[in-house]
Design a protein around this ligand. Structure first.
Ligand SMILES: [Fe+2]
Length: 382
């Protein structure tokens, strides 16, 4: 089957990236932005700084700071109303995965009409979204450069996976200077999310040599830099390397897609409003234990990328070593030990498994599971 490779047409990474991007925005001729962000970023002054820099370049803006940690249909509708009322000609998302996902929802519905619920699934839209510039402050979901948009439907208590070629941002921006203030817990959770992207893309049935190269390099960089970024948030080099790592992981999963870790984590996020990265970190070893039945050699490659000497190991031993290395990294960055500590209840598992099997992210998992098997993986993580 032919592989398609999706990525924003321009991507700016490294120190000074924001200034570079604002210069690009000016060149593109945009006039009035809807800045989609959250209240904590307004509070620390980051949004004000970007508004000022845009003004200096002759670009005005309206700020929508109502994005929740797991953005909802109502968030998308509120942002869209503000966009229309202020006649914005483009959208800037500023923050982590939640502002980017909400901004994609707003920009997609702005041109396609209807409700964001109409676009659940793969490529349901017909028109390109309003141009989106995604300025990232976490490392990360990589939502600033992917075509994945995850919106919580608060009436059904599920996260909708909208995977659409039209939600790819026009320009992605990763400036490590914006990541220095990120708290340790958030750094750990988002870093483990990036590791999950790389691992799931590497074992995906849609992996190809390009996504493999991106995934393995991402895993090496995360292994080498995540602990430093968590323990010393001011380490600009660790922040920059993690920005590259999460971007590479994004390149991998944007094209090879994901697996059951994300399909299952989305349900925990939608049902209990839990942080995405923490859910992934907890499920990752258990899902790979399941996947080890069919892709032990791929998991052995992951162990090697995480620094394990695999030379004398069989594929099965290599897979076990990868799972151990993932658990060790998770413990070192202080991810909670199990789902029970997050309030997940055994009686909810059959419903969570029902919805996980419908999530598009699971379709590329290397082994398709039964409902009972998904329930067992959830139970193992309790
Ligand atoms: Fe993720």
């Amino acid at each position: 089957m032919a592989a398609k490779f999706f990525i924003p047409s321009v991507n700016v990474l490294g120190q000074g990236a924001v200034d570079e991007a604002i210069s690009d925005i000016k060149t593109l001729g945009f006039k009035h932005a809807l800045i989609v962000t959250d209240k904590p970023l307004v509070k620390i002054g980051l949004v004000g700084e970007v508004v000022e820099k845009l003004l200096t370049s002759g670009v005005t803006s309206t700020v929508f700071d109502g994005v929740q940690p797991n953005p909802t249909v109502a968030n998308v509708e509120a942002g869209l109303a503000l966009l229309k009322a202020n006649k914005c000609d483009f959208v800037i998302s500023l923050g982590g995965g939640s502002p980017h996902d909400c901004a994609k929802g707003i920009a997609l519905v702005a041109t396609n009409g209807g409700s964001i619920k109409d676009y659940e699934g793969l490529d349901q839209s017909t028109k390109p979204q309003l141009p989106l510039v995604a300025i990232n402050t976490t490392a990360g979901t990589a939502s600033e450069m992917t075509r994945f948009c995850i919106i919580t439907d608060e009436t059904r208590h599920i996260k909708m996976a909208i995977v659409d070629k039209h939600t790819t941002p026009l320009l992605s921006v990763n400036d490590p200077e914006l990541m220095l203030k990120k708290p340790a817990g958030l750094t750990a959770a988002t870093g483990m999310d990036a590791l999950t992207h790389a691992v799931e893309a590497y074992v995906s049935i849609a992996a190809n040599p390009i996504t493999d190269a991106c995934a393995i390099k991402a895993i090496e960089l995360i292994q080498a830099n995540l602990v430093n970024a968590v323990e010393n948030g001011q380490d600009i080099n660790a922040r920059e390397q993690m920005a590259y790592a999460q971007f590479l992981a994004g390149m991998a999963f944007n094209n090879a897609s994901l697996g059951y870790v994300h399909a299952m984590a989305h349900q925990l996020g939608g049902f209990y409003d839990l942080p995405h990265g923490v859910c992934n970190a907890l499920l990752l070893p258990h899902v790979q234990q399941y996947n080890a039945q069919v892709v032990p050699a791929r998991l052995k490659d992951i162990a090697k990328a995480m620094g394990v000497d695999v030379l004398s190991l069989s594929d099965e031993q290599g897979a076990a070593a990868a799972i151990t290395a993932i658990k060790k990294l998770s413990v070192t960055v202080k991810i909670p030990e199990n789902l029970t500590l997050l309030g997940v209840k055994a009686e909810d598992i059959p419903t969570l498994a029902d919805n996980a099997l419908k999530d598009a992210c699971g379709f590329t998992n290397p082994k398709q599971a039964t409902h009972a098997e998904i329930c067992q993986i959830f139970t193992n993580a309790l």
